[in-house]
Design a protein around this ligand. Structure first.
Ligand SMILES: Cc1cc2nc3c(=O)[nH]c(=O)nc-3n(C[C@H](O)[C@H](O)[C@H](O)COP(=O)(O)O)c2cc1C
Ligand code: SF4
Length: 645
């Protein structure tokens, strides 16, 4: 067993002694109400603070009303917020953890302020994300916002926070001043060099320092690289670092990326390896003599321990890993690394949910407790029931784990010879091995909690009649859609699942029929094997959006791999060596095609529903058996069905 001596050793930042080097970085939740800390914020934070991480940095708090991102953005600009802020710091302290408040102004990246016509920025340049220009800040407003950062820092101190972090990363106001892409001012806050454009950041630091005094930790978060065309890079930043220290920074939190960085590198997809930004973080560390926090897809405490041992960073932040398993550090310290639920970098419940699904709040696709602390039952259930769970894919496995945890008597059945359902196939696509890790973790945890998975068992209406369970959770997943097309019986036709699991070897010139997620991932798998691909999709464009990181990379790899996309195109017939399609009412023959892979999707498999209704057995249908969707819907419905038994 590794000792984690470095990760678990304390560190002092300007008088604040942090019990260990694991940090929960700032993560927005959208749980705030009317800019106040809500009960949900407190419950979530209590959950997170029990994790064992020594330092928690809160989500963004707004220093000035001109920088709001919406009503759920926690306010730090007025004393009226103090009662909630004080409780917030309190729940962190209750667990013996140090609490830092992140100070923030959204600048031009606020859809909320842009809609009201009130967004401001260094210059009236639209962001790549929203494409609407903000109002250029007057010198008067600049001075007001700089002062507001200082007053907000003092307010955080009054609320009991142990320190503050200035958000100077990810393309928000402070970073907007730093970047030539958003700051083209001709006055003293602009300039052609990064050094000149650092003035705003420096004055914010000085204002904060002046307000909180010398004996209070002030952290600054920066992106090591904007990671966007013509953006700054780490080498450009190195000369300004001593100035940040001189202006009052006690610690640098080295992140990456900006709004509009391709593929959302800030909360990086599974395409990036753990700690991918370490080369840049180490350069920052080398350039300063204050502590540096490194962040970027860390999931393994052992790797973090090595990073600290090698002197690449002084502390390591685990963002999404914390959401996926807030107990990761405790488990690692106890030598139970196999019990850690590893974040799969899917972003379905966290960053992409907040960014792409307005009105939602934080969740985790693989941890149903995160963000649902107020409705999460601690158990045991008041009435123990005998529950049958039919189907051992993500929804069924999650339901079984949760039902058992609550003390129910659980029987879990799976028709196939192994559990996992369609997740097994999904995990075989490129860059999705982490999904397989999670599947294996879930299967192992279900077994560990004492639920036997009865594989090769097809539950029949008769079995239900003979055993009459108190409740059934139907999690039978989805089944393949097989289109009725002439030529489907030809020997060179197979389906996506046969390609992914290796039952069928990949061809040379392959037509993939269906441009949804299964089709795109199977095409990606085939591209990886060297096939030349034609992708046929009936819709005018792929249903796999490019805004989500995984979709972005899928599109990019297929485009780079010279995949031929045929949208608005319907398969009419499969022939030897070719396919016949209809596109814009014209029939066309595409060749050469030596393999046709059907990936037109799945439909719910819910054939037991009738028997359950007829036998009046209380039941809930969850996951793909209800409607074919993503992991997050499967786990959420599985968990909720168990919670509501
Ligand atoms: C849901 C979510 C919300 C985030 N909100 C913030 C934020 O409020 N402030 C900030 O500086 N970074 C924010 N980030 C970025 C994280 O702090 C972190 O840098 C990023 O997720 C990379 O770390 P990870 O790979 O360990 O998740 C957010 C990330 C996520 C996933
Ligand atoms: S939703 Fe996905 S990326 Fe976000 S924390 Fe959970 S597993 Fe990680």
């Amino acid at each position: 067993m590794k000792t984690l001596n470095h990760l678990l050793s304390p560190i002092t930042i300007n008088g604040m002694t942090v019990p260990n080097r694991a940090v929960m970085p700032p993560m927005g939740t959208n749980l705030g109400i009317d800019n106040h800390v809500s009960e949900a914020n407190l419950a979530y934070m209590k959950h997170m603070a029990g994790s064992g991480a020594g330092l928690i940095i809160t989500e963004i708090t707004c220093v000035h009303p001109s920088g709001l991102s919406g009503p759920s953005h926690i306010g730090m600009w007025d004393d009226k917020f103090l009662p909630g802020l004080t409780k917030w710091a309190g729940v962190i302290h209750d667990q013996g953890v140090k609490a830092i408040a992140q100070l923030h102004h959204t600048g031009r990246e606020s859809a909320y302020m842009l809609q009201k016509g009130e967004a401001v920025g260094p210059s009236a340049i639209p962001s790549k994300v929203f494409r609407v220009p903000p109002r250029e800040m007057s010198l008067e407003l600049i001075h007001e916002v700089i002062a507001a950062f200082g007053q907000a820092a003092l307010r955080a101190r009054k609320a009991g926070f142990d320190g503050v972090e200035i958000h100077g990363a990810h393309g928000y106001l402070v970073a907007q001043f730093l970047s030539a892409l958003s700051n083209q001012r001709q006055d003293e806050y602009g300039g052609n060099t990064l050094q000149q454009r650092t003035r705003f950041m420096i004055e914010v630091l000085e204002s904060v320092r002046k307000n909180v005094g010398n004996d209070y930790p002030v952290l600054i978060r920066i992106s090591t690289d904007e990671y966007i065309q013509d953006g700054y890079q780490v080498e450009d930043l190195l000369p300004i670092l001593p100035e940040l220290v001189k202006a009052g920074a006690d610690c640098i939190h080295a992140s990456i990326g900006t709004h509009g960085s391709p593929g959302g590198i800030t909360s990086a997809a599974a395409e990036y390896e753990s700690g991918f930004n370490l080369p840049s973080i180490a350069k920052i560390k080398k350039a300063v003599n204050i502590p540096v926090i490194g962040v970027g897809r860390f999931t393994d405490p052992n790797l973090a321990d090595e990073v600290i041992a090698k002197g690449q960073a002084d502390l390591v932040a685990f963002g999404r890993q914390q959401l996926a398993d807030p107990d990761y550090l405790k488990k690692a310290a106890q030598g139970r690394t196999e019990d850690i639920r590893e974040c799969i970098a899917c972003n379905q419940g966290c960053i992409e949910r907040l960014m792409l699904e307005p009105g939602t709040s934080i969740r985790c696709a693989i941890n149903p407790r995160t963000g649902q602390e107020l409705s999460y039952p601690r158990g045991p259930a008041s009435k123990k029931k005998t529950v049958w769970i039919i189907g051992a894919g993500p929804a069924g496995l999650t339901a079984a784990y949760e039902a058992k945890r609550l003390g129910h008597s659980v029987r879990l059945f799976e028709k196939a010879e192994k559990p996992g359902g369609n997740l097994y196939y999904a995990s075989l696509a490129p860059n999705k091995q982490v999904y397989g890790n999670w599947m294996n973790w879930l299967i192992a945890q279900v077994a560990k909690c004492g639920v036997e998975i009865k594989t090769n068992t097809c539950v029949t209406p008769d079995m239900l009649k003979q055993n009459t369970p108190d409740a059934v959770i139907l999690a039978t997943g989805g089944e393949k859609i097989v289109p009725k097309i002439p030529g489907m019986d030809l020997p060179h036709v197979c389906d996506a699942w046969q390609i992914l699991d290796g039952t069928e070897a990949s061809g040379k010139n392959v037509a993939v029929i269906g441009g949804g997620l299964i089709g795109m991932e199977t095409a990606d798998f085939l591209r990886d094997k060297g096939a030349s691909i034609t992708l046929v999709e009936m819709l005018p464009r792929s249903p796999v959006g490019r805004m989500a990181a995984h979709g972005y990379f899928l599109h990019q790899r297929l485009r780079d791999g010279q995949c031929r996309f045929c949208f608005d195109t319907r398969l009419e017939a499969i022939e030897n060596g070719a396919i016949r399609v209809i596109s814009q009412e014209k029939t066309e023959t595409l060749s050469p095609v030596d393999q046709v892979v059907i990936a037109v999707g799945m439909k719910p498999r819910d054939e037991l529903k009738k028997a359950l209704v007829d036998q009046v057995i209380p039941h809930v249908i969850v996951g793909d058996a209800r409607q074919v969707r993503r992991i997050i819907e499967a786990t959420e419905e599985g968990a909720r069905a168990a919670w509501e038994l």
